[in-house]
Write a protein of this length. Structure first.
Length: 167
């Protein structure tokens, strides 16, 4: 159901703990070339995700940011992070994003096994959530339900509350 999600979210490090909140700046790739001008750098957007709803203060929280419905919940995330849960909330920051439409999904890997555990019939048994408060009905939330728009140079804060089953 969330094929590729585990592999997409694995691997970013460099978190900074601040008063029980983890802040992880992650720069999304803008391609293999440096910005051609200061105007390009000024157009880059930032989104700060405040994640809450953890089942205890252990394990990891993984988040993936997607730019289209074609790659949604697959291997095509434009940015991702996986950081330890160390308090009631975790903040993850993605910087250097092109203006456009995005959607995010996050899950709490309670047992730290690098996988979104599922129970009977493939239903997730670990808390997960989506941007814009989107919820799944008989499966994961749709990209369009979780999507938000980032404008040029925007610095946006988004909240994701993780919960059981489909988010």
């Amino acid at each position: 159901m969330l094929h590729g999600f585990k592999h997409t979210l694995a691997g970013f490090a460099g978190s900074i703990a601040l008063a029980g909140t983890i802040v992880l700046p992650v720069t999304a790739s803008l391609g293999s070339f440096a910005p051609a001008s200061a105007q390009v750098a000024e157009e880059a957007a930032t989104v700060r995700f405040e994640l809450t709803g953890f089942d205890g203060q252990r394990g990891l929280v993984s988040i993936a940011l997607y730019a289209d419905g074609e790659t949604w919940l697959g291997d095509g995330a434009v940015a991702s992070a996986s950081v330890p849960v160390d308090g009631a909330s975790v903040t993850v920051v993605f910087e250097g994003l092109a203006p456009g439409q995005y959607a995010a999904v996050a899950y709490h890997d309670v047992n730290g096994n690098d996988d979104l555990d599922t129970g009977m019939m493939g239903i997730p048994s670990e808390p997960l959530g989506y941007s814009e408060g989107a919820r799944g009905r008989f499966g994961p939330a749709r990209f369009n339900d979780a999507a938000f728009t980032l404008g040029a140079g925007e610095d946006r804060t988004a909240r994701i509350r993780l919960s059981g089953a489909m988010g």
